[in-house]
Design a protein around this ligand. Structure first.
Ligand code: 7TS
Length: 417
């Protein structure tokens, strides 16, 4: 079936809904233009059905019951793990650990791998464009262990200055942890080159895939990354579920991250042995419904094809950039050669929150804020930006509405000029 966003949109009940500016049903209802996909994507009917079916037909805990429902729930949960492994081309499903999302995945790696392998004086290289989730866990580790953090700078066009990479390395560098796609500029970073260079120095690489995994084909074997984190809710899946991919060679050496049920092999009063991987990293009853929903989201995205999604988003973003450029006073931050569907901008002297609020009254949902990237904002010397972020169900007509909305904002705040 050819790629058609208008056909795909039919799978998303929320995209058919109309809203009024006041929130009152009696007021004029306008269609929703949802352009905040970098924050969370919507869910297709298929994913909601998978979650509902689990609760209606196989609700049970996993890995412990011998009854039929328990077996069914375990089967579905583990099938989802296999789907994730297939989706990112992992060697085995055992390399996939279910987490609450990218943030927990990063915390897991920092806490388990970091505490095991890093000592005072070791160095981690991050970048200046990291989301707080891929900064603060490493920052805490650096405070706790005395590990030094270094940062790959970004250039005005929103790309990482890889010419600086080599100079950041020392014989104490142990890890490079970078985002594969910026949630502010939309830049798709050349992580393959970063990984190639890092491995040539025997340094491991952690990829924050929170933005990339839902928008571009990601192949961990081809990239050869050591870790990859992602969130289900940014890829048509439920909230509260995500995963961490860990290359097999690290898994056996990494200690558990949390302790309790599910993650044990044998327990005595004074000691315990851990379960096999990946279960030793999944303490307690997991988010079974979320994992099953994420598996369904992966089926859905795979059917559309990640290459199709990426190609369409390139076109949509280029169209949006061209249209936005026509608005005087509008400054788009960054213009990377490889870009996903994210555009951040500033409109004259109007505060981004005012722009966001005004657009919301027009039925257009964008994000205005620091996007959990305060160091990046500081370098841009702005308190916040307006960010429009797209997904495969957005259309060119919606971009036109965004542009019309911004022109209205401009007129309103500039007294019609
Ligand atoms: N890393 C990146 C690059 C992100 O964009 C986000 C979330 C995270 C990590 C954290 O993901 P979580 O699912 O664990 O919260 N980014 C955004 C955003 O740009 N707007 O809202 C959330």
């Amino acid at each position: 079936m050819p790629f058609d966003p208008n056909v795909l949109r039919r799978d998303f009940p929320i995209l058919k809904k109309k809203f009024s500016a006041s929130g009152k049903e009696s007021d004029k209802q306008i269609p929703l233009v949802y352009l905040d996909n970098a924050s969370a994507t919507h869910k297709p009917r298929q994913v909601m059905d998978a979650v509902k079916n689990y609760y209606e037909e196989s609700n049970s805990n996993v890995h412990r019951a011998i009854h039929k429902l328990g077996e069914k729930a375990t089967y579905l949960y583990e099938e989802s793990r296999k789907k994730i492994a297939g989706f990112i081309n992992a060697e085995s499903a055992n390399e996939i650990i279910f987490t609450r999302g990218a943030t927990e995945s990063i915390n897991l790696a920092a806490s388990s791998w970091g505490r095991k392998f890093l000592v005072d004086g070791d160095e981690i290289i991050l970048s200046e464009m990291e989301h707080h989730s891929n900064l603060i866990p490493w920052q805490q580790l650096s405070i706790e262990l005395g590990v030094k953090l270094k940062f790959i700078p970004f250039l005005e066009n929103g790309t990482l200055d890889l010419s600086k990479l080599e100079s950041l390395f020392s014989d104490r560098t142990r890890l490079v942890a970078v985002t594969q796609m910026s949630n502010v500029f939309g830049t798709i970073n050349n992580v393959k080159e970063i990984i190639r260079f890092s491995h040539s120095r025997n340094v491991s690489v952690f990829l924050d895939g929170a933005q990339s995994v839902s928008h571009i084909p990601v192949d961990v074997k081809d990239l050869d990354c050591d870790f990859l984190a992602a969130s289900g809710h940014k890829m048509c899946g439920p909230t509260g579920i995500g995963f961490l991919y860990v290359k097999r060679k690290w898994l056996d050496q990494m200690p558990p991250y949390q302790f309790g049920g599910e993650m044990i092999g044998s327990v005595w009063l004074d000691r315990a042995e851990w379960a096999e991987i990946p279960y030793k990293f999944e303490a307690g009853t997991p988010n079974v419904a979320g994992a099953i929903g994420l598996g369904s989201a992966i089926d859905y995205l795979s059917k559309i094809g990640m290459k199709n999604i990426h190609e369409y988003e390139i076109k949509l973003t280029a169209y949006a950039r061209e249209k936005l450029k026509e608005i005087s006073d509008l400054k788009i931050f960054g213009n990377p050669p490889e870009q996903g569907g994210v555009l951040s901008f500033y409109l004259g002297k109007i505060h981004p929150h005012d722009v966001g609020q005004f657009l919301d009254n027009e039925g257009i949902a964008v994000r205005a804020g620091h996007h959990c990237a305060q160091p990046l904002m500081r370098k841009l010397a702005v308190p916040a930006t307006v960010r429009a972020s797209f997904y495969f169900y957005n259309t060119h007509e919606e971009i036109d509405k965004l542009v019309e909305g911004i022109i209205k904002v401009r007129k309103f705040f500039n007294h019609g000029i």
